[in-house]
Write a protein that binds this ligand. Sequence first.
Ligand SMILES: Nc1ncnc2c1ncn2[C@@H]1O[C@H](COP(=O)(O)OP(=O)(O)O)[C@@H](O)[C@H]1O
Ligand SMILES: O=P(O)(O)OC[C@H]1O[C@](O)(COP(=O)(O)O)[C@@H](O)[C@@H]1O
Length: 309
Amino acid sequence: MIITVTMNPAIDKTVELEQLERGSLNRLKNVIMDVGGKGINVSKTIKELGGDSIATGFIGGSGGSLIEKALREQGIKFDFVEIKNEIRTNMKVLESNGFVTELNEPGPVVSEEELEQLTQKLISYANENTLFIMAGSIPNGVSKTVYHDLIQKVKAKGAKVFLDADGELFIHSLEASPDYIKPNRAELEEYFHMDYRADEKELVKMGKQLIEKGIRMAAISLGQMGALFLTADKVIKCPGLKVEAHSTVGAGDAMVAALAYGLDQGLDLAECSKLGLATSAGAVTTKGTKPPKRELVDELMKKVEVIEL
Ligand SMILES: Nc1ncnc2c1ncn2[C@@H]1O[C@H](COP(=O)(O)OP(=O)(O)O)[C@@H](O)[C@H]1O
Ligand SMILES: O=P(O)(O)OC[C@H]1O[C@](O)(COP(=O)(O)O)[C@@H](O)[C@@H]1O
């Protein structure tokens, strides 16, 4: 069973306008609302691919009720810890030239008791057949070592963990050896303190260094350039697909979802890579943070090139 963990869920508000003028009145052309946060997006995409997951994490206030309503309507199972405070709204500003400016709120304050409730919930789900997706930022009042601590606890019960986090969260979590990771180029370069754009050889070298830390599979996503997928004995490159882009927000989550679904189904690295690339490219064609339809993913999969390096 796949369990997604969203510690900092959000209502994603995508606003469209011609061009953003800083310091002026901007009138919007269109507004789209989606329920989001990384783990929740992963659950939405897994459902669209034909799989099942349980969405967990924190939920609170009227935004929380909206998320539960949307998940119920989409037939996605959920089991959140209800917190006292209201969850956040994240603004995605989409300009007609394709520029996306993301304004993500920090999130509510979560108490120690609420965190303990979530910890116990995750431990109760953990066994050899569980794959946890721990994804996204964490709310206020929670330590940056939280994923590290949770990974250790659920791995002790035989579960596997797919981690998608950045900055300090990523650094601490790696010390607990998550099984699967999906850093994007910027996250990887930041982790390795690179102050210039790494070339393919350097990206592969950095990916291999992460694998040596005990990670089973590392996907390095490169935006429109595609992605690299590494295990201890294979490196695969999939060049990006040319698609009509509407919003790149949610593309990373779509890749995580497809990889997790593929791994859970026992697909090999090449098949997982193909599914990951097609699903993420499909996500770019949808408005807001909606997942792509399975039929589109199947069409795109025919176009994915798998190159062994
Ligand atoms: N403009 C684009 N055109 C085609 N595919 C894209 C585009 N942007 C992202 N993707 C796909 O989505 C994946 C994840 O995007 P990326 O921007 O690297 O991740 P994140 O959203 O986590 O920063 C990429 O590896 C690629 O397959
Ligand atoms: O928890 P964070 O890091 O603020 O990210 C949350 C945001 O990321 C998203 O999940 C999209 O992420 P990706 O573009 O990386 O797929 C949004 O839906 C959400 O607003």
